[in-house]
Design a protein. Structure first.
Length: 255
């Protein structure tokens, strides 16, 4: 009888040990980029929706690159994870508000470490993502700016061979077609900023180049489809921060 009780106690202790071990393992698992809360993410994009809330998309943490999106109330700070996911995991991409209120999401770095050529649209009304079938140049750390005529100009960034790009392309939201523009940047740049001016031109400022050099601002004129240097301003290539846009805030954070 004593021996039977002893065996039963050993079984109970063994089960308890196994349960405790499993519990410890579960709680010590690394944070996944697909967890419900945004933990230690960098390279996510932030863009303000027409209703004033913020859409936060993608990003990377120690476990990988995320395809999740969140909407944050700008007043209460309440955060809601969207049930729908992007079609592509991405970080250091761009997000641009279009005239119809949808969000154009383009490029960035994928899980394989390469620059992405894919794009998608987010609809705030349906909370769904739609893939875009168009031939884009792979890039990350670029800018994507809405022009006054409704097209989006995508400029600069880093390519698949980690080279800094001087090429640009226009994407038409109506036809959903991207095409190269006539001119190139005079100085290749990434992590720069783009600002829509009152006269409809775009000013490109700062960033990082292939060489350690001063970077002059450049202007893009959609009427001529060309870039021109702005001699009134120059900036040290190593003293500029992450990109930011009017009506669009590309992904922030360091690689």
């Amino acid at each position: 009888m004593m021996r039977s009780d002893s065996n039963e106690m050993k079984k109970i202790r063994t089960v308890f040990f196994l349960v405790a071990t499993v519990s410890i393992l579960l709680f010590s698992l690394p944070t996944s980029p697909h967890d419900s809360k945004r933990i230690n993410l960098v390279g996510e994009s932030h863009v303000q929706l027409p209703d004033g809330r913020w859409l936060i998309i993608g990003g990377r943490n120690s476990s990988g690159i995320s395809d999740l999106a969140y909407i944050v109330d700008s007043v209460s700070g309440e955060e809601m994870k969207l049930p729908a996911r992007m079609h592509q995991q991405r970080a250091w991409h761009s997000s641009t508000v279009l005239p119809d209120g949808t969000i154009f999401i383009f490029g960035g770095i994928g899980n394989d470490g390469l620059a992405l050529s894919s794009a998608e649209l987010f609809n705030p009304s349906t909370l769904q993502f739609e893939e875009i079938s168009s031939a884009f140049t792979p890039r990350a750390y670029h800018t994507a700016t809405l022009l006054t005529e409704g097209n989006v100009i995508i400029v600069g960034g880093s390519g698949n061979n980690y080279e800094t790009l001087n090429i640009a392309e226009l994407w038409n939201p109506e036809t959903k077609i991207a095409k190269p523009i006539r001119g190139n940047l005079e100085v290749a740049r990434m992590k720069h900023s783009a600002l829509l001016l009152p006269d409809g031109r775009i000013r490109f400022h700062g960033g990082i180049t292939n060489k350690q050099q001063k970077i002059k601002d450049e202007l893009y004129d959609s009427t001529s489809d060309l870039f021109s240097s702005d001699d009134t301003s120059s900036v040290d290539a190593q003293k500029t921060g992450s990109p930011h846009l009017m009506l669009s805030m590309p992904a922030e954070g360091e690689a």
